[in-house]
Write a protein that binds this ligand. Sequence first.
Ligand SMILES: Cc1cc2nc3c(=O)[nH]c(=O)nc-3n(C[C@H](O)[C@H](O)[C@H](O)COP(=O)(O)OP(=O)(O)OC[C@H]3O[C@@H](n4cnc5c(N)ncnc54)[C@H](O)[C@@H]3O)c2cc1C
Length: 531
Amino acid sequence: MSRFDTAFETGGVLIIGAGLAGLFAALKLAPRPVTVLSPDPLGQGASSAWAQGGVAAAVGAGDSPEDHADDTLKAGAGIVDEATARSVAREAAARIEDLARLGAPFDRDEEGHYMLSREAAHGRARVVRVAGDRAGRAIMDALIEDVRATPSISVVEGVIAVDFAVAEGRVIGVFARAAGDRYATPLFFRADATILAAGGLGGLYAVTTNPSRVRGQAMGMAARAGAVIADPEFVQFHPTAIDLGKDPAPLATEALRGEGALLVDEGGRRFMPEVHPDAELAPRDVVARAIFAQIQAGHRPALDARAALGTEFGEKFPTVMGYLQEAGIDPSIQTIPVAPAAHYHMGGVRVDAHGRSSLGSLWVCGEASSTGLHGANRLASNGLLEAVVFAARVAEDVEKQVSESLPAALPELLPRADFSAEGELRNLWAVHELRQTMSDDVGVVRDAEGLKRALRKIARLEREAAGASRSYLNMTTAATMVAAAALRRTESRGGHFRSDFPETDPAWAHRTEITLDEALAIRAAAVEEAR
Ligand SMILES: Cc1cc2nc3c(=O)[nH]c(=O)nc-3n(C[C@H](O)[C@H](O)[C@H](O)COP(=O)(O)OP(=O)(O)OC[C@H]3O[C@@H](n4cnc5c(N)ncnc54)[C@H](O)[C@@H]3O)c2cc1C
């Protein structure tokens, strides 16, 4: 008997993942009963709680959704879906009001107006924030309280989804197992509507800012079920993760550079002015590559906030200050070592304007999805915005479909599926090797040779792990999708930089769609070539 044999009453709607996208969708669907799966206690294991900057929205005087959309289009390097950018920017203010109503304690001035931060590539201050750098934690705390107080939402903590159940092209539920318990009986959650909100894939890389729970399993699981994936090659690397050997690497928010902190090498020499006219405030991908080049050349790049912030550092950036104190660094007298880290996935499961995937009865929202909003490079703080805008759209669409066209059958919770051939991956080294491969060969700077090498390694790791957990297979699948699409895109654009194709090619000025079969064919060709 597993500890989940107790029957749950759900309303036919299953939400996989309990970050901002999953919880906001659950609250929007109330009072319709929903079941939310969370591998960890609510609030843990989600990128959402770690967001420092805030939510982008044109709510300031003189700003407009059109300007916000224009900045989004520019940041996305020519392949943002314009209709999506414009509609998301228009809906932003309403979603901020929703969050405020749900208790998010956004910073306000004495007259009650939102206090806004300015972040890279935004034409003006446009980021709604909480206590400087605590937006994610504060928003999630508020939503978790609401979720706990909403009787229609059942939260199942401690389970991880591993496989979709698909019948006649339609997702009819998900197989799951107790997180971290290889002896647990697999479970089957049947659902009339399934919402995948299980986050991005930063943790697939050895150096990442994402929680270790977020390792591409959402995209991998959907791809294995046959869903079309869009733009997987576009991974955003945050230039300034704090480089003290911690996994995941804590983030030194971009706002520090906005406040005047400088990037220097170990000798205190600034290196950004010779790279870009905007120096430290150049676009994220440019700064990330410059820092990467410094590291490759044997330097030790660091952020110097001594003159810009001095002793005010802790007051203005309490979260970052906490990380530094833990590491024994005093930023008023010391520099902060930094390195680029996998931070955000622009690609994901392809969805339409309602968040519908290519598989029937599967909706996807948050970082797991690819809506077309980000193109080749996400505009800062559009991640949380996309999560709430699309979670709301998905909730509306699911509500309509479930009440109009599907019987409101109560899904059962019953163990099924033959997992007997599956063992838990015994060798943690395999996960380590996978992540190192992604950082080495599918990272900030890519080329054909490295990408093919990565595809061959991923194929070997999969072969060697025959019979390993499906969770691991979801990771190797996600890695395959990213590397194969990166090999196919023979140009550089936004977050995707190819040293063998350093220019942007107008012929590639479009989004990419790829299925697992297509990615596996690219991988097989790379394996064949090396024989
Ligand atoms: C350090 C950091 C700072 C950031 N700062 C900002 C910012 O200031 N502004 C901004 O807009 N964006 C920011 N981002 C990005 C933003 O936080 C994410 O894009 C956003 O939170 C994604 O929300 P989500 O709900 O899709 O995913 P997440 O919040 O990552 O939640 C995913 C959920 O799915 C669960 N899960 C994973 N796999 C499974 C599985 N197999 N089965 C069941 N559940 C699963 C996870 O445990 C988690 O509960 C930041 C990200 C990081 C890491």
